[in-house]
Write a protein that binds this ligand. Structure first.
Ligand code: A2P
Length: 335
């Protein structure tokens, strides 16, 4: 039986297509759990799944999509699939086959939105992980070596992605983890405008300047880690004792007022900023909870209060790559 689906509003993209404003993130979701989570999400009414080749779980998303379609829960054209070109495929000659790998994993003949995962070009084995630059010292912050960096210019990579649209393999293209300078450079030189920039946004990283720049240029913002990722992933150095966003007292008070969870307040904050959000979970209760954000609205004063919580606190900081070519998370960046 097909359940009642919550209505998820869409955001119209600059190429005339529409992306559901809310979807399921899959970064760091435990392997083996993603297929069931994605299938449950679709059954609950999620219509947008955000994947990436490098997450190593694209094929699980593909299995869920195939099963949901086979079992009549959804038609392919009712689903929106975003996935990403990983950094080791930035050489323009590698872009087409990288896309083919994602198409195969997702068991689809088109990707709704294909993003360049990051402006940095990493060197890696053909279809394997990125290599580390063993000649460089380990980063004092996290003891990791930087990645081995290739010489592809992200503009040339983007031009190769434009060809995927012309070939019909991809409906829309965009970027992820691009700063203002880098996005402006794409805008100045592209034939097909990027539809989105997928970046980290949450109450402790409101990312105002970049969000405003994107919105002024008709590039939608997809917000990853909208809960500030309470699992404390290794993409930054964490203070063991630091409270997570979900433990923030001001947010807890707002959650109480609306009889919602802090996670729902964070998601609602992003929805009201006009962002496209992709919170991650494989837990069925949380899949339901995170989607249940369309029956209340934060007051403008509450939006201001949350905005003022910004601490420029970046979960995906990658300190080991500070200083490498095109590392994007730098104030006053230029090339
Ligand atoms: P889990 O998969 O165990 O539910 P973000 O999307 O900001 O990166 O955060 C992802 C993390 O947040 C995951 O570790 C996920 O854990 C957890 N999470 C997702 N939804 C909720 C929620 N509603 N309440 C608490 N934690 C959540």
């Amino acid at each position: 039986m097909i359940p009642e689906f919550p209505v998820v509003p869409g955001r119209e993209l600059n190429d005339g297509t529409v992306m559901p404003q809310f979807g399921l993130g899959t970064w760091l979701s435990p392997k083996g759990d993603v297929e069931a989570a994605a299938l449950t999400a679709i059954q609950l009414g999620y219509r947008h799944i955000d994947a990436a080749w490098v997450y190593g779980n694209e094929a699980e998303v593909g299995n869920a999509v195939a099963k949901a379609i086979k079992d009549g829960f959804v038609k392919r054209e009712q689903l929106y699939l975003t996935t990403k070109l990983w950094n080791i495929f930035h050489d323009p000659k590698d872009v087409d086959r990288a896309c083919d790998m994602s198409l195969k994993n997702l068991q689809t003949d088109y990707i709704d939105c294909y993003l360049m995962h990051c402006p940095m070009h990493f060197v890696g084995p053909d279809d394997g992980p990125a290599l580390l630059d063993e000649s460089k010292p380990a980063c004092p912050a996290n003891g990791k070596k930087p990645h081995l960096i290739g010489d592809a210019d992200y503009l040339d990579t983007y031009k190769a992605m434009e060809k995927l649209v012309q070939a019909g393999k991809v409906k829309s293209i965009g970027v992820s983890n691009f700063n203002i300078f880098q996005l402006q450079r794409i805008l100045n030189n592209c034939t097909i405008k990027p539809v989105v920039n997928q970046i980290e946004v949450h109450p402790y990283l409101t990312n105002d300047a970049l969000v405003n720049f994107c919105q002024e240029n008709d590039v939608q913002v997809m917000a990853y880690s909208p809960l500030g990722n309470p699992s404390k992933p290794v993409t930054r150095v964490w203070d063991e004792n630091a409270k997570t966003i979900l433990q923030d007292e001001k947010l807890l008070a707002m959650a109480k007022k609306y009889n919602k969870s802090v996670a729902q307040i964070c998601i609602r904050f992003g929805i009201q900023r006009g962002l496209i959000l992709i919170p991650k979970t494989t837990n069925p209760q949380r899949l339901t909870e995170n989607a249940d954000v369309f029956d209340f609205a934060l007051e403008s004063g509450e939006m201001d209060t949350i905005s003022a919580m910004n601490q420029n606190f970046r979960v995906v900081e990658l300190p080991q790559n500070v200083g490498v070519r095109y590392y994007p998370f730098v104030d006053n960046y230029s090339e």
